[in-house]
Design a protein around this ligand. Sequence first.
Ligand code: OGA
Ligand code: MN
Length: 286
Amino acid sequence: MVEITPLTPVFAARVTGLDIGRGVDAATMATLKDALDRHSVLVFPGQAIDDAAQVAFSEGFGPLERTRPGAPGAGSPVIILSNVGPDGGIEAPTAKQVLNNKANRLWHHDSSFKQLPARASLLSAREIPSAGGDTEFASMRAAFAALDPAEQAALKGRVAIHDFGWSRARVDAALVSEDERRQHPPVRQAMVLEENPYGPALYLGAHARSIEGMEEEAARILIDRLMAHATQPAFTYAHRWQRHDLVMWDNRAVLHRATPFATATERRHMVRTCVAGSAPTLAVAA
Ligand code: OGA
Ligand code: MN
């Protein structure tokens, strides 16, 4: 019997009573899809799965994204977030992999720089550090609900420009190649999504560079203010990882970010799959 236990008064829930490696029946999948809509973040403890089992379970939620060229795991449905190199040792802190992990420390929605951004991500903890390396989540549904009605109305219909080259360059100029810039030109994303049956959500994150029809500086101030509002403690949940946790989140309802750990001395090896969005954000805009 699947049991779903809320982790905060606002969002996120722990899901127990299933063994993902053995496969999940259709009725349980329906329960989990509704739970994801309702709670935005699902924590499945004690799931010692391999990549194949993770892919199979993830596909139950819809077709998976392929990892973008230039990232570890490129072309396959798994992306590896790790400071452990191919030889099994810890990577030098200058490696692109480590810089990418640093970029993950900015609040973001996965792949919001794509024309069709991800619906959900599933992250499996294969190796975790003894301290740090938590993953934090912020509810963009709670954030939207807490805005006053006049501001909610003003945000509906707004479009933000999400720009991968710009956001990566903010982290480190060496992080984005000309090739990657060409592959990911700026895209238009709705600022308020209305695809969730439990309520609308703000959609912003680290790649949100500007707002259509707004002067650059005013847009920057508005984005920064909304991001600060959304990530206040009342709307956040910090996940302290246990080995073999699988955590799933709705990218169209939460922001998330990585937090620091001793990358030079401690191993952290995570494997992620991403369920593709079923519609562009502009098609589900408020
Ligand atoms: C991700 C991500 C954060 C972390 O998997 O998309 O941003 O803590 N991860 O590893
Ligand atoms: Mn991410």
